[in-house]
Design a binder for this molecule. Sequence first.
Ligand SMILES: C[S@@+](CC[C@H](N)C(=O)[O-])C[C@H]1O[C@@H](n2cnc3c(N)ncnc32)[C@H](O)[C@@H]1O
Length: 220
Amino acid sequence: MMLNETGVITNEFWLDRWKTGRIGFHKEGVNPRLMDYWADLPKGSQVLVPLCGKSNDMIWLAEQGYQVTGVELSSLAVVQFLGDNDLVYSTHQEGDLKIHTVEGLSLRIVEGDFFSFTETGFDACYDRAAMVAMPADRRAEYVSHTLSLLTASAFVLLISLRYDGDNQGPPFSVTHEEIGQMWGDKIQKIASEDLVQTNTQYKDQGYGFFEESIWHIVPA
Ligand SMILES: C[S@@+](CC[C@H](N)C(=O)[O-])C[C@H]1O[C@@H](n2cnc3c(N)ncnc32)[C@H](O)[C@@H]1O
């Protein structure tokens, strides 16, 4: 693992995961939680997908009529996302970030460090495997940076994980208390499933429980 001297996961850790194809977090198809729990926002709403990987969820969001911006560190992830989906795109540089704008679909991929991305005014945010990818000492910073990019009345859909045993992520186990502290008192848990009960893979890996929870912040 690419850890620095204090044991923190570095950007090189993620770049190496992509280089060596260790991307078990990537799922083909669209996440059913997204389709079940996404809000019916006005067409044209600006949707932020932090730490987007090459998730097909971005295509689904763009097809719903939103203007989607994914932010991803790894150029390999970006190239694979654009290539796998046969997307035609143009690229320009803005400071440290490369902006890939897709033709014919309202979708941009910003390539670079999420913490260098400072565009504001997003109406919504979709966080799957992003907050739980952040090590404990950067997680609050990640959430406050994400919130700083959203409008005051933005919709947020978050998928979190909580499990027993060694918390040697990513993905990291994040407590419900921590989620409330980081995202604020408007965040609400709307569904939970213990994957140990429904998927033998988690039991086989020795977990007593492995809970996936869905949270949202809805505009007041
Ligand atoms: C666990 S993966 C999840 C990807 C995606 N959300 C999904 O559901 O498949 C986390 C992703 O965040 C990216 N990442 C990690 N740190 C980042 C950072 N500081 N800025 C941008 N992307 C980052 C990694 O390269 C990786 O693709």
